[in-house]
Design a protein around this ligand. Sequence first.
Ligand SMILES: [Cu+2]
Length: 69
Amino acid sequence: MQTVTLEITGMTCGGCVRSVSNVLKALDGVAKAEVSLDKRNAVVDYDPAKVELDQLKRSVVEAGFEVAS
Ligand SMILES: [Cu+2]
């Protein structure tokens, strides 16, 4: 299991946090996703054998937010 912190811009409310959290948790291989509006990030525990970091980022972008690499 690996932990990564994604810096996310564009989240403005609890709904955004839920959206980001939902798309991350929907990915196979993601064990945990803690999204913070204050810190503007998501701390994600994932299994690199099942899902790649790029896929995590892409799912957040597809949900309408931006991820700083
Ligand atoms: Cu929102």
